[in-house]
Design a protein around this ligand. Structure first.
Ligand code: SF4
Ligand code: SF4
Length: 210
């Protein structure tokens, strides 16, 4: 049932996104994104997992890639520190402001990023775009890093089996080398249900920060 609502919201959001883009009223999408940024302080970056149309396109692409067993590379080391995503973010803001001043209209930039994300997913794991490239995700990461509510691991229940690690799209779960238990990086977590669904010990729950 949880997954039904997740996919329902994703499809409705994708349709809304296409509608506002092709009707040239993208300001509605900007307002929606702004609201989710504020909400990220409380509920994490659910925009990325539930609403973002780029992610929805990536999920469909990733399913095709996995079905055909095409190889996907991990995040290259030079991208993993995160500085590149901020560089791209600054370039993105500069581009938006310049296009607004020169053309006096908002360009459908998310559509361009969706194209980039789809192509990248054929060659790299989704974590690369989510964590190291997407400027919308970079801002969500910043606001959601100390989220009040999030999916979290109950350490006492976790057996360290790593099942959750393999299904997490943004690679937000790691196994602590000291206690061999999973932990979730809230800044990266998209608040989807993938890990919770597969955990054999029911060790992942949605809860308030302690
Ligand atoms: S799937 Fe569950 S039990 Fe296994 S490592 Fe993840 S949280 Fe722990
Ligand atoms: S699989 Fe779990 S940790 Fe990964 S993004 Fe989804 S809810 Fe967050």
């Amino acid at each position: 049932m949880k997954n039904f609502w997740l996919y329902f919201v994703r499809i409705v959001s994708l349709l809304l996104f296409l509608f506002v883009m092709f009707r040239n009223i993208s300001v509605i999408w900007i307002v929606l994104y702004g609201i989710t940024l504020i909400a990220a302080f409380f509920f994490g970056r659910f925009f990325c997992g539930w609403i973002c149309p780029i992610n929805t396109c990536m999920i469909a692409t990733d399913k095709i890639v996995k079905k055909h067993k095409l190889p996907q590379r991990k995040t290259p080391s030079w991208l993993s520190s995160g500085w590149f995503s901020w560089l791209l973010f600054i370039a993105f803001i500069a581009f938006v402001v310049t296009s607004q001043v020169l053309k006096r209209q908002l360009l459908p930039i998310p559509l361009y990023f969706a194209g980039v994300a789809i192509i990248l997913t054929f060659f790299f794991l989704p974590e690369v775009f989510h964590n190291a490239i997407c400027p919308f995700g970079t801002l969500q990461k910043l606001c959601g890093r100390t989220a009040l509510f999030s999916r979290r691991v109950v350490t006492e229940k976790c057996t360290g089996c790593k099942t959750c690690v393999s299904v997490c799209p943004p690679n937000a779960i790691s196994i602590d080398p000291k206690n061999h238990r999973a932990s979730i990086d809230v800044a990266l977590c998209h608040q989807c249900f993938e890990c919770e669904t597969v955990c054999p010990a029911q060790a992942i729950i949605y809860k308030r920060k302690s």
